[in-house]
Design a protein around this ligand. Structure first.
Ligand SMILES: *[C@@H]1O[C@H](CO)[C@@H](O)[C@H](O)[C@H]1NC(C)=O
Ligand SMILES: *[C@@H]1O[C@H](CO)[C@@H](O)[C@H](O)[C@H]1NC(C)=O
Length: 319
């Protein structure tokens, strides 16, 4: 099954996290609960009851009992006892520079070679525990306060990047209740459960060495229940924030990709997987949007894109 590597990796990550947690607990006990005084601008996590990665994991497990947390999210949990400083961790590239390439459903054809860019996630910011995240303002009217909290220079590119995220999150959305910028793992889980329930499957794109390169498309699998699902994109903020929204009128495919690369020894091939989302009900859409322009097609034509490796697709479980 195509999803096995994801589940396997998540299990490995889960076990490693538990081991790390046990070691950290031992270390903490032997250090006699020493509470290191951190720079006031950092968020002090040592000895704080508020911060406990397994509590985020337990939250996931109790809300979504039969779904393994994907490695993408597992990697965003801070190791226990670490102080968190977002400076230098915010990906400052504008989203437009890493925009999707669009294609038609008929382009997802076995053995076809495509050139794709799967942007590498850079300078990754981590999740804050919900209580901490919710104690910090999240509004474009509170920018000075937010920058001061994280000791971010208001004139920096990082500050500009964060402002764009807040403005995006505050943009009016046609169906307001169907989207939310979630500021913690717990609220991401809550959003998913409130929209599609607690029997879900999670799909992510996993592509090694994510630079523009050529891939050979393998046999695609249509994901069941891809028509009503939730998508969550990671935003470039001082801590992990995801823009989640419900999607309708889509088909989703699991697409194995073979990388075509040439090294000193000749052709080198390895396996990657990507999730393709195809928007099928587009007849009422604006003809001037990028996908129609790029593909030179009219509204009504289905178009697809791969989701980035920092994006989750959550569907109703096929059970
Ligand atoms: C990553 O952080 C470094 C150091 O702060 C910065 O120079 C670089 O521009 C950042 N890269 C991205 C893609 O944000
Ligand atoms: C999880 O799986 C168990 C055992 O198969 C089942 O009894 C339970 O209803 C499932 N719960 C959810 C929320 O999927």
């Amino acid at each position: 099954m195509a999803r096995r590597p994801t589940i396997f990796m998540s299990c490995v990550a889960f076990i490693l996290l538990l081991i790390a947690e046990i070691q950290a607990l031992n270390a903490e006990t032997s250090a006699g609960q020493q509470n290191v005084q951190a720079d006031h601008q950092m968020i002090e996590m040592v000895g704080s009851n508020a911060y406990n990665p397994p509590s985020q994991l337990l939250y996931w497990q109790s809300a979504l009992p039969n779904t393994t947390m994907p490695k993408l999210l597992m990697d965003l949990l801070l190791p226990p006892g670490s102080a968190y400083d977002p400076r230098g961790n915010i990906d400052v590239r504008p989203h437009s520079s890493v925009d999707a390439t669009y294609f038609l459903v008929s382009d997802i054809q076995q053995e076809r070679t495509v050139k794709m860019l799967f942007p590498k996630a850079m300078n990754i910011t981590k999740f804050l525990p919900r209580q901490v995240a919710e104690s910090i303002p999240f509004s474009s009217t509170k920018l000075p306060e937010i920058f001061a909290h994280f000791a971010i220079d208001p004139k920096s590119l990082e500050a500009k990047t964060m402002e764009i995220v807040l403005k995006d999150c505050e943009q009016p959305f046609p169906e307001e209740e169907e989207r939310r910028c979630v500021t913690s793992l717990e609220s991401l889980v809550d959003f998913v459960v409130s929209k599609i329930g607690n029997k879900v499957d999670v799909y992510v794109t996993e592509v090694e060495n994510e630079e523009a390169q050529e891939f050979i498309i393998g046999k695609k699998t249509e994901l069941k229940n891809g028509d009503v699902s939730v998508i969550c994109h990671k935003e470039n903020f001082a801590y992990a924030v995801f823009y989640c929204h419900k999607i309708y009128g889509t088909k989703a495919y699991w697409v194995p990709l073979k990388k075509v690369g040439v090294d000193d020894y000749g052709a080198k091939i390895s396996k990657n997987f990507a999730v393709a989302i195809c928007h099928t009900e587009t007849s009422s859409w604006d003809p001037n949007i990028v996908p129609f322009q790029q593909l030179k097609v009219k509204p009504g034509t289905a178009f697809c894109h791969f989701i980035r490796s920092d994006t989750l697709l959550v569907t109703v479980a096929n059970k």
